[in-house]
Design a protein. Sequence first.
Length: 653
Amino acid sequence: MDDVTLEGLLEEDRLFAPSTEFVSNALVVDGTFAADADFESFWAAQATELLDWDVDFHTVLEWKHPFAKWFLGGKLNVSYNCLDRHVISGHGDQVAFHWEGEPGDSRVISYTEMLAEVCRTANSLKSLGVEKGDRVAIYMGMVPELAVAMLACARIGAVHSVVFGGFTADSLRARINDAEAKVLITGDGAWRRGGIVELKAIADDAMSGTPAIEKCLVLRRTGHDGVAMIDGRDVWWHDLVPSQSDECVPESMDAEDLLFLLYTSGTTGSPKGIMHTTGGYLTQVAFTHKYVFDLHPETDVFWCTADCGWVTGHSYIVYGPLANRATSVMYEGTPDFPDKDRFWQIIEKYKVTTLYTAPTAIRTFMKWGSEYPAGHDLSSLRLLGSVGEPINPEAWVWYFENIGGSRCPVVDTWWQTETGAIMVSPLPGKTVAKPGSATFPLPGIGADIVGDDGEPVGIPGGGYLVLTHPWPSMLRGVWGDPQRYIDTYWSRFDKKYFAGDGAKRDGEGYFWLLGRVDDIMLVAGHNISTTEVESALVSHPAVAEAAVVGKTHETTGQAIAAFVTLRSGYEASQELVAELRAHVAEQIGPIAKPQSVLFTDDLPKTRSGKIMRRLLRNVAEDESLGDTTTLADPNVVAGIKALYAADATDDDA
Ligand code: 7RM
């Protein structure tokens, strides 16, 4: 950040305390967790309380900076903790998943059924030659068998590597090869807005260059013709799995045995295989899922709208909810199929109590208009969550009012693939929330904000978010590249984990996440966060979503270029450009006023929905776009580039 502290200019003084009704039944209220318990004993207590161990651990933490081992000597099986123990305790009939298919078909799957299918699938994997420690790649749509496949791997001690079903053959091939996966589990196809994504055809292309792959297990989902099966390599799920025994003894795993790899692309270099292990990961996902979402397993219906191809799906569709015996909704499709009210229809149908989704979705719903949620009974909801990007205060308030009926606490949860589980978040029965702030680190977590010199900036202050001590679900490394683990996360600051996010703390110590540090802008000597300027824009009634970037400017170093999508009912105009620029100046200060504002129908996003500002910077600088393979839709940025070139709203006034 060029030795200038991140300023943190946007102010927010709206406060949202949990209602007395919510507090009266909440798992965590003021005083539930001792404020200054030492973090090792804290996590040891959670591990013992939340999980069933085959053998107790003898040592809580071994910390050989920056390599951590948690719960040494402990043995357990993740699938046993997610399934068997709930059946044994008499809850086998409880629904594990209400699954909703995109075309409108649905399935109800109990814990007993889930366990039987996981055992059959685990036995199938064994019959295909999979052994403890082997890697299994999974490339599927959002069908129950995806969760089953993950748990089947966990049951026999195989390491899964789920690759999001929207990735290309090249991306899949690179991930399979890096992990040297022996088996690939895929489907014939996946439904996507009424069309079919031909998963098997893409997988075949990928497998044309994957020497380690021996077998491919294929689930029939879309049932379309012409799916080619290669003799000796490919096996239909329905030909293998149903005939297997529904009993499979769970492999007792060391706490530090690898549970899964999950590849993250980041902004530079090849994807990193983030390594997560067994005991620490399950402890922290169970803890956070229980207390951040105030889980009451007898009455709640939990819905995390992520895809299992991302860490959010791993931790809060599969492992956290199942470890806690939650009843979840799992949905196959997109929010706008067949119409823009699909989410609200699902919430009404299953009486969802807890919704966990992303700011990109919330801003899209704002853009579509509040009549879609207003047409449905959402009164079952009692808690709302957000993850993936900073949530703009205006989007937070829209979510609170239009989805939560002004009655549900909102938990804005900060975490990463690398952290494995939620790290910074309100506790809904305790924390007084401020829209746009992830509030405070959870119990057992050490987070701080430091300047360029690595020294804490204090309160209030802005700089880089760091984690100050190990946590149970932390990544254990980058697969095959220990040096990259050290360089990426542990070298920027001495003895502190560098998260790559800018952040500030306000006068009351609340944490505000301000976006990736690569995105921070330097305007006339001021470090300005993209998040804050975007939030100022989104607070204008015409704006649904905004992305801002810094572009080279001869006098100020950088100037701010804004890209804005409008809410339905608003029209682009020169007057609106002037109004938005004035609005930002008023909200933050003249220094943050965008030099240009371009109206666009869409913003470039990654497949997991995060705005890709690097590409907008290329557009603003009139540079070539470079690598666009992580984009959900490369056409969007090409369209913006053409618009930008034709636009003349640049104005230095
Ligand atoms: C869970 C997930 C991680 C990055 C992270 C941040 C951003 C995620 C929030 C957030 C502000 C949040 N994993 N991020 N959650 N920023 N507030 N509540 O998204 O590995 O895919 O991304 O996402 O930049 O570093 S991830």
